[in-house]
Design a protein around this ligand. Structure first.
Ligand SMILES: Cc1cc2nc3c(=O)[nH]c(=O)nc-3n(C[C@H](O)[C@H](O)[C@H](O)COP(=O)(O)OP(=O)(O)OC[C@H]3O[C@@H](n4cnc5c(N)ncnc54)[C@H](O)[C@@H]3O)c2cc1C
Length: 415
C-alpha cells in the first residue's frame, strides 16, 4: 500500500529556531520550505541569531519545566553532535564552564542551604545539576585560579569573599556562524524535501498582520513554482523572532521587546568558559546594566570553537534598539573580561579585538510562544499556524526542544 506524502510545511524565519525546526520536521518525514528575509551568511540588526555568543547556560526558572525540557533536549543533542564531529563541521565543542556570583541574591542560587562555597549548587536554582556533566561547586576559588577577580572591588570586602559562590560544569559552546551554516546545509541534504529560500525585501504583512503574511507567503511560493497548489501546504510556522512583535501585533506589541546585547570577538581561545553575575557598582553602570533578569550585570567569555577567537560580553539592555556598538560599553566589557581570562590579553595587557557587534534578543515577557492556531485568511480559507518565537537570550539552547514541540503541535492537526 502506498503511503500518502506528508503535507508541505512552510517555515517563515531562518534563525536558529526556524532552521532547527526545519531539520526536526525533515527527520520526521515532512517536506519543508524555509523562507526568510535573512538566511545564514547574512548579517543584519533584524536577524538576531548571527550575533549570539553562544553557550548553554539555562535561563529556565526552577518551576519552568517546559523551558527546562527544551534546554535539556538541546544539551543532549549538542553533546552527541560534538562527540561525532571529527572535523569541526558543526561548530560545537564541549568545555568546562565556570559560573561566578558576586553575592547570594541571584535566582540561580535560590534554595542553596548556606553562604558557604561548598553549598553553591545545592539549591533548586540549579535544577540542571544532575542533567549536565561534571556539575560541582567551586570550593576554593583561589586554588582554581579565580582569585584574580578579587581586584575589582574597592569597598573593603575581604579578598576571599569577593566571589560569593561559583559552580562549574561541562557545557556546549557554539561557533554561531559555523553552526548556522551547518543547519542550513543539513536542510539541503534531504534530496529536495528541504529548501531554504531568501526573499530580499521580506514578506509583506503590514496591512493585515499575520493573516496577510501567511497569505503572501503562500502566494509567493505558489508563484515561484515551489508548490503546485496551496492545498499541498499543511501549515505555516511563524519563526520570525523579534519581528513577530509587529507581524502578530495586538497583545504581542506589549509582550515583546528588544534586549540589546553587545559582544566583542577577540583573538585567542579561552581554556574554559566564564560567566560572572556581578553586583552593580556605584556608578550604576548604565551601559552594562541588565534588564529585569535579576542580574545586575553580566560578564562572560565564550570560547568560539575552531576560530581561534573568544566572544567577550556582555550587556542586556531592555527596550534599546540601537544597532551601533557603544564605546563605553566596550570599555566595560573589556575591563571586566581582563579578570575572567587575562591569559588572552597580549603583551601590553590589552585584548586583540577582531570585531565588536550588536544583536537584539527577542524578549517575550510571558516566555517564548510555542503554540498553534487556525487563521482565517484574507484570500478566503484557513491555515494552521504554529508560532515559535520570543526565545529571548536562550534561542540557541531552547532550539531542539522547541522544534520537537512544534512537531507535536503539527501532529495534533494530523500533519
Ligand atoms: C549578544 C547575544 C548573545 C546571545 N547569547 C546566547 C547564548 O549564549 N545562548 C542562547 O541560547 N542564546 C543566546 N542569544 C539569544 C539568541 O541569539 C536568540 O534567542 C535567537 O537567535 C533567536 O532566534 P530566532 O530564530 O527566534 O530569531 P532570528 O535569528 O532573529 O531570526 C528571525 C528570522 O525571521 C525572519 N523574518 C522576520 N520577519 C520576516 C518577514 N517579514 N519576512 C521574511 N522573513 C522574516 C528573519 O529574516 C530571520 O530569518 C544571544 C543573543 C545575543 C544578541
Amino acid at each position: 500500500m502506498s503511503v500518502a506524502p506528508q503535507k508541505h510545511i512552510i517555515i517563515v524565519g531562518a534563525g536558529v529556531i526556524g532552521l532547527q525546526t526545519a531539520i526536526t520536521l525533515l527527520e520526521a518525514g515532512s517536506r519543508v520550505t524555509v523562507i526568510a528575509k535573512h538566511i545564514p551568511g547574512d548579517t543584519s540588526i533584524e536577524y538576531c541569531s548571527p550575533w549570539a555568543g553562544a553557550q548553554w547556560r539555562s535561563h529556565a526558572a526552577p518551576s519552568d519545566t517546559r523551558q527546562q525540557g527544551w534546554d535539556i533536549a538541546t544539551y543532549k543533542h549538542w553533546v552527541d553532535l560534538a562527540k561525532n564531529d571529527t572535523d569541526g563541521t558543526t561548530g560545537i565543542c564541549i568545555r568546562e564552564n565556570v559560573l561566578l556570583y558576586d553575592d547570594w541574591s541571584y535566582g540561580d542560587l535560590k534554595g542553596c542551604p548556606s553562604g558557604k562555597y561548598e553549598d553553591a549548587g545545592k539549591g533548586e536554582g540549579f535544577w540542571f545539576r544532575d542533567e549536565v556533566k561534571g556539575f560541582r561547586a567551586v570550593t576554593s576559588p583561589k586554588k582554581e585560579g579565580l582569585q584574580r577577580l578579587a581586584f575589582e572591588r574597592t569597598d573593603g570586602v575581604q579578598q576571599d569573599e569577593i566571589i560569593a559562590a561559583a559552580v562549574t560544569y561541562e557545557t556546549p559552546f557554539v561557533n554561531v556562524p559555523v553552526y548556522l551554516a551547518y543547519l542550513k546545509a543539513r536542510i539541503l541534504e534531504y534530496d529536495g524535501r528541504g529548501r531554504v529560500v531568501k526573499i530580499e525585501d521580506g514578506l509583506p504583512f503590514e496591512n493585515g498582520g499575520l493573516p496577510k503574511l501567511v497569505d503572501s507567503t503562500l502566494q509567493i511560493i505558489e508563484m515561484g513554482g515551489l508548490i503546485n497548489d496551496r492545498s499541498e501546504v499543511g501549515a505555516v510556522v511563524n519563526a520570525t523572532g523579534l519581528a513577530a512583535r509587529d507581524i502578530v501585533g495586538g497583545r504581542e506589541k506589549e509582550q515583546m521587546v528588544s534586549e540589546r546585547g553587545q559582544v566583542i570577538v577577540v583573538k585567542g581561545v579561552a581554556e574554559k568558559g566564564y560567566t560572572r553575575i556581578g553586583t552593580l557598582s556605584s556608578d550604576s553602570d548604565a551601559g552594562v546594566k541588565a534588564g529585569n533578569t535579576g542580574e545586575a550585570y553580566i560578564s562572560y567569555a565564550i570560547p568560539r570553537p575552531g576560530s581561534g577567537t573568544t566572544v567577550l560580553g556582555g550587556c542586556k539592555e531592555r527596550g534599546r534598539w540601537e544597532s551601533e556598538p557603544e564605546e563605553e560599553t566596550s570599555r566595560k566589557i573589556l575591563e571586566r573580561c581582563k579578570l575572567l581570562c587575562p591569559e588572552l590579553a597580549t603583551n601590553n595587557g590589552e585584548f586583540d579585538v577582531v570585531t565588536t557587534q550588536v544583536g537584539l534578543r527577542p524578549i517575550r515577557f510571558d516566555g517564548a510562544r510555542v503554540e498553534d492556531e487556525v487563521l482565517k485568511l484574507p484570500s478566503g480559507g484557513e491555515a494552521v499556524v504554529v508560532h515559535a518565537y520570543g526565545n529571548g537570550g536562550a534561542g540557541f539552547q531552547n532550539s531542539v526542544g522547541v522544534a520537537r514541540e512544534v512537531l507535536d503541535l503539527l501532529r495534533k492537526h494530523q500533519l
